[in-house]
Design a protein around this ligand. Structure first.
Ligand code: HEM
Length: 190
């Protein structure tokens, strides 16, 4: 697959893997309607992710087929992470369908899927870009800007945290008490 196609798809893949836990862990909206919509969005994103995963696996296996040389450690790690995603996704769908009240298990599986997908993609993308980068010394002004941007981002995160404290506390209460969306639980059972 060409980089111009695979790169945006890989970005979408990581985005979906991160967006889904975000939907579930941020309380899924305040009204029942927004909860229903976000739960639908979660399922659509989940199955889009699974479809992308299957397509990527197919092309990955096509690329290594018939190669007589031993694969590099990076490719082996990349493939191991990809293979690990399959049982994690299968377990996620099984727990959602048969043990929906196991909220802790769903969070653990969802976050593991995100971490695995993120590492799988960033490992290859970072190696690709670092290899193509010029080996010259980076100007001091650029390093200074990077450090300044990180410090500003940390300060912004620190200041916004105070405003979020109340809503986060509410979300935590809701999440602890009522794991999945009751309405969609009923829909699934029907
Ligand atoms: C904190 C992480 C996560 C939690 C707590 C969580 C929780 C849930 C819940 C409660 C449902 C049922 C929704 C409904 O009422 O219909 C669901 C469905 C689903 N989730 Fe997640 N999820 C998480 C992360 C993920 C991730 C990362 C993926 C894949 C990218 C994913 C894929 C799916 C899929 C495909 C479904 C639909 C399963 C089916 O009903 O057939 N989830 N999830």
């Amino acid at each position: 697959m060409r980089t111009i196609i695979s790169l945006p798809l890989a970005g979408l893949f990581v985005f979906l893997a991160g967006f889904n836990p975000w939907i579930m862990l941020t309380g899924r909206g305040r009204s029942p309607r927004s909860r229903r919509l976000l739960t639908h969005a979660h399922r659509i994103c989940g199955y889009t992710f699974i479809a992308l995963f299957a397509i990527f696996c197919y092309f990955m296996l096509l690329r290594v087929r018939g190669s007589s040389d031993e694969l590099s450690p990076r490719i082996i790690l990349h493939m191991a992470l990809a293979f690990a995603l399959a049982p994690l996704l299968l377990a996620k769908v099984i727990v959602v369908r048969y043990q929906k009240a196991a909220w802790g298990v769903l969070i653990a599986l969802g976050l593991s899927i995100f971490v695995t997908a993120f590492t799988l993609v960033t490992l290859n993308v970072s190696v690709h870009y670092l290899r193509n980068a010029a080996p010259h010394k980076v100007p001091f002004s650029i390093s200074l800007r990077v450090v300044a941007a990180v410090i500003i981002a940390a300060i912004v995160a620190l200041l916004t945290r105070h405003r979020q404290t109340k809503s986060t506390a509410n979300t935590a209460n809701v999440s602890a008490k009522e794991p999945p969306d009751r309405e969609s639980t009923n829909q699934l059972e029907l």
